[in-house]
Design a protein around this ligand. Structure first.
Ligand SMILES: Nc1ncnc2c1ncn2[C@@H]1O[C@H](COP(=O)(O)OP(=O)(O)OP(=O)(O)O)[C@@H](O)[C@H]1O
Ligand code: SF4
Ligand SMILES: [Mg+2]
Length: 349
């Protein structure tokens, strides 16, 4: 039996945008270029990549806030790719989102208690007389007092307001939360508090998280699995521990090398892999491997032939010719070898 809460099958999203301010001509931007992922109940999939790699677009497709151009979205075993109207609205209570900037997620004119009650009003799950108690209960769940519910968003700190956003997302008992950079706008100590809160909530409620972040450090301690995105494609995907300790794709290696390691000996031994230049535009992606313009291992084949998804012996997928056509050492590709400078993993997988 299929027990995934979310499945994306070869999902694509192409936006058509005006070429100039006069609206003359159009161009196509493929933000998501064929992504397949799955997520089980109570698990966290960390989705990482640089700005513009298509993470938020993928999150919106998973929530069906946008419809894919191609491919299939399955939620709780049901095809929801073309769902519309009342059926889609009914599903929304089971899938919620928390965004990066809590201040832009709330109506500044409404008390936060009223905002937390908003999904209860929309989905009419409880009689109105029960809303106040439910809001107090939700605020307590995220470590706030009932009195916080009477305040306005601008009267709370960023960390407190992000807790309120989580309370609102939990109001209707969702099965899936898309967390789109939920701690990026917070200071470091508050980030840790919110991440610990999310971990506790998942343990108690068995909710699945699609956790979007720019860098691997943020998702490291919360993710069971990691998907690394580059220019609309997932280039590496597998158990968090494997991806952290033996990254297969040169892009993942570069992202990981930028994370400071607590152990100074490991840190000194570690080679910093500079990512040259900017991520190219998805309106005009490079031919062959999309990463070839910035890759330190680029080979001739990379400039013309797009690498296929290759799943290695322990189930990690990497989209890179090094694993199929590339240099081999003792029968194993060079990137499949253990990296001596890697820190031992503390991923949750
Ligand atoms: N509605 C839209 N119309 C046109 N292009 C879009 C639209 N939404 C996203 N894009 C483009 O798709 C690409 C991916 O955008 P997306 O916001 O998904 O990236 P991201 O990985 O979330 O980036 P960030 O880390 O900055 O949030 C970008 O080039 C963006 O300009
Ligand atoms: S396919 Fe080639 S260019 Fe792309 S990541 Fe692998 S080695 Fe680098
Ligand atoms: Mg984004």
């Amino acid at each position: 039996m299929n027990d995934n809460v979310l499945e994306l099958h070869d999902v694509r999203k192409t936006f058509t945008v005006d070429k100039n301010l006069m609206g003359r001509g159009t161009r196509h931007v493929t933000a998501v270029a064929g992504v397949s992922l799955s997520l089980r109940p109570g698990r966290t999939l960390g989705l990482v990549g640089e700005s513009g790699s298509g993470k938020s677009t993928l999150g919106r497709l998973a929530l069906r806030l946008d419809a894919p151009t191609n491919g299939h979205v399955m939620f709780d075993g049901k095809e929801i790719t073309s769902l519309r109207g009342a059926a889609l609205r009914a599903l929304r209570r089971q899938m919620q989102v928390v965004f990066q900037d809590p201040y832009s997620s709330f109506d500044p004119m409404a008390t936060v208690g009223s905002s937390v009650a908003e999904p209860l009003r929309t989905h009419q799950l409880l009689p109105r007389s029960a809303h106040q108690d439910r809001v107090a209960e939700l605020l307590a769940t995220v470590g706030l007092q009932p009195s916080h519910g009477q305040r306005y968003p601008q009267e709370l700190s960023g960390g407190q307001l992000q807790r309120v956003a989580i309370a609102r997302a939990l109001a209707c008992g969702p099965k899936l939360l898309v967390l789109d950079e939920p701690v990026s706008a917070l200071d470091v100590s508050t980030q840790a508090d919110v991440i610990n809160l999310l971990t506790d909530l998942q343990r108690d409620r068995h909710v699945a998280y699609l956790f979007i972040a720019h860098d691997l450090a943020v998702v490291r301690h919360v993710s069971h699995e990691i998907a690394v995105m580059y220019l609309g494609q997932v280039v590496e995907y597998g158990a968090a521990e494997e991806v952290y300790t033996r990254p297969r794709h040169p892009y993942t290696q570069a992202l990981l090398s930028a994370i400071p390691v607590a152990d100074p000996v490991v840190q000194r031994a570690r080679e910093r892999i500079e990512l040259k230049g900017e991520i190219p535009s998805p309106a005009n992606p490079p031919q062959g491997c999309r990463f070839h313009t910035r890759c330190a291992h680029v080979m001739e084949i990379c400039r013309t032939v797009e690498p296929e998804e290759y799943v290695g012996p322990v189930g990690v997928m990497a989209r890179c010719h090094l694993h199929t056509h590339g240099p081999q050492l003792a029968g194993r590709s060079v990137t499949d070898l253990p990296m001596p400078q890697s820190e031992s993993s503390s991923g949750r997988a």
